[in-house]
Design a protein around this ligand. Structure first.
Ligand code: 2AL
Length: 243
């Protein structure tokens, strides 16, 4: 099966990293096709970044549908434009935040999210609320590592991230840790070595959920909320969407 792994930011290093993480965990018959938008922010760390990246992610979904992928993954922790992606796609679309929350809730009764900058904390709380996981979330903590600093993470930053995970377990009662950025996908085993609770990387979680959905023959429902966008004219830079 072909999995369209979309890095919504335009950092090629992160696209390569998540492609490696996904390839390491996917089933032998799965092919990971990693891509990122041509336009947009190098990292996604606020609603402004997310709005710009969201529109560009739709182009990546269209490309994936054109080549007949079996599933799409949106590999940014905000799951940018996920509902719009589902309107566009017939294949299932999985966001890494939703995937990580789902798997965490299967192995722990309470989990914590450990994310990047403090300014993204409200966004993580909104995601938990939106997906209905607020009641099983022990805490959301920030490591204060910028997304692009995850490209070559320093020992100090890694220790800071680990310390937040440990505090989530010891002080907040977390029974599992959800990593709040796709750029942390290469850190999961290093963190897991020092933590007594399961550590969940959304990229790996999304790959395994995508494979499950494809094997079960489950696609995005096209009859209600996720029906295709209405045919209409789009002006200016979005005219390629006109039908
Ligand atoms: C992310 C992520 O996963 N990719 C990105 O650019 N920003 N998440 C985050 N919490 O900052």
């Amino acid at each position: 099966m072909k999995i369209n792994l979309i890095n919504p930011n335009t950092c090629q290093g992160m696209t390569d990293k998540i492609a490696t993480s996904a390839a390491a965990i996917c089933a032998p018959g799965s092919e990971i096709i990693a891509q990122s938008p041509e336009h947009g922010p190098l990292s996604i760390e606020c609603a402004f970044d997310e709005a710009l990246a969201g529109a560009a992610v739709l182009d990546c979904i269209a490309k994936g549908e054109q080549i007949g992928v079996d599933a799409h993954i949106i590999a940014c922790f905000g799951d940018p434009a996920i509902d719009a992606c589902r309107e566009l796609a017939s294949a299932p679309v999985i966001g890494i935040a939703g995937a990580a929350f789902q798997l965490a809730s299967l192995v722990a009764s309470r989990f914590s999210v450990v994310t990047t900058l403090s300014r993204t904390l409200p966004a993580s709380h909104h995601l938990l609320q939106r997906y209905g996981y607020q009641h099983v979330c022990a805490s959301v903590r920030a490591s204060d590592i910028a997304v692009l600093d995850l490209e070559a993470v320093s020992e100090d930053s890694l220790q800071g991230l680990l310390s937040e995970c440990q505090q989530a377990v010891e002080h907040d009662g977390a029974e599992a840790i959800v990593l709040g950025c796709a750029g942390m996908s290469d850190l999961v085993s290093r963190l897991q070595q020092h933590l007594s609770v399961p550590v969940i990387d959304g990229v790996a979680a999304a790959v395994k959920l995508a494979e499950s959905l494809v094997q079960l023959g489950l696609k995005t429902a096209k009859t209600g909320n996720y029906a295709a966008p209405l045919p209409k004219q789009y002006i200016g830079r979005y005219q390629h969407w006109s039908q």
